[in-house]
Design a binder for this molecule. Structure first.
Ligand code: SAM
Length: 234
């Protein structure tokens, strides 16, 4: 059974796509897409031996070696130019995902959709997309086994389109997620808010330490952004 998290990623893969799933681990996502006839082909990329072997094993066991090729390598280096039109990267930190995209930029010329699922720091991805000509076209937020995940979908286009004069809030919390205001979204940010307020109070009590001031400024700014994003009174 594929997780709700990866099913949500799968939902945004265009029919007939040639995908690369980077950091594929067991290759669950490409196997699911191939079995459901959603894709033409897939490359499952892995940089670590164990997960790579596990991907190879699963693809064989599912009888999908004709459609899915498992390749060992770092980030987008496993893709040959022009080979894929859609890239999925799921289950890693947002900073790592943004670095993988940045390092493999030249492989993106034939790619027209990115589906990215950061475990933390979605802001790093939104910033990278904005600076690199990718337009965020949708976002989802899902909860599974007590964890909350964001899924970001981007296409080549006008990277500024989803943003307005509240861009600092939108980069942090997601322009589409802010509009939808799902229960899971509210839950995530109320938890973050509580956490930041707690840390801020601790720093306040450790007072008069000048080195805590920039950290407190930053926390207070993020607290302000999240309160605005959730439409909470001051
Ligand atoms: N994508 C799967 C999912 O969402 O369930 C697996 C997520 S797993 C937590 C992250 C995987 O990414 C690990 O198997 C790790 O080896 C791989 N990984 C990390 N950095 C990578 C990189 N630069 N290139 C390729 N794979 C990478």
């Amino acid at each position: 059974k594929l997780s709700v998290r990866l099913k949500t990623v799968a939902k945004y893969v265009p029919n007939g796509a040639r995908i690369a799933d980077i950091g594929s681990d067991h290759a669950y996502l490409p196997c699911y897409l191939a079995k459901h006839q959603k894709i033409e082909s897939a490359i499952a990329g892995e940089v670590v031996e164990g997960p790579y072997q596990s991907a190879v094993r699963n693809v064989k066991a599912e009888g999908l070696t004709e459609m899915i090729e498992v390749r060992m390598g770092d980030g987008l280096e496993v893709i040959h130019p022009g080979e894929v039109d859609c890239i999925t990267i799921a289950g890693m930190g947002g900073t790592l995902i943004a670095n993988i995209l940045e390092d493999g930029k030249e492989k993106l010329s034939t790619v027209n959709r990115l589906i990215l699922q950061p475990n933390i720091s979605a802001i790093s991805i939104r910033k990278w997309l904005l600076e690199n000509g990718w337009e965020l076209i949708n976002e989802e937020i899902v909860e599974e086994d007590g964890k909350i995940y964001e899924i970001l979908v981007a296409e080549k286009g006008d990277p500024k389109r989803p943003y307005d004069n509240t861009i600092d809030i939108q980069l942090l919390m997601g322009p589409f997620l802010l509009k939808k205001q799902d229960e899971v979204f509210k839950k995530k940010w109320l938890l973050e808010l509580k956490n930041w307020q707690r840390i801020n109070k601790q720093l306040e009590q450790a007072a008069q330490k000048p080195e805590t001031i920039p950290k407190r400024r930053e926390l207070e700014y993020k607290i302000k952004l999240v309160k605005e994003g959730l439409h909470l009174e001051e």
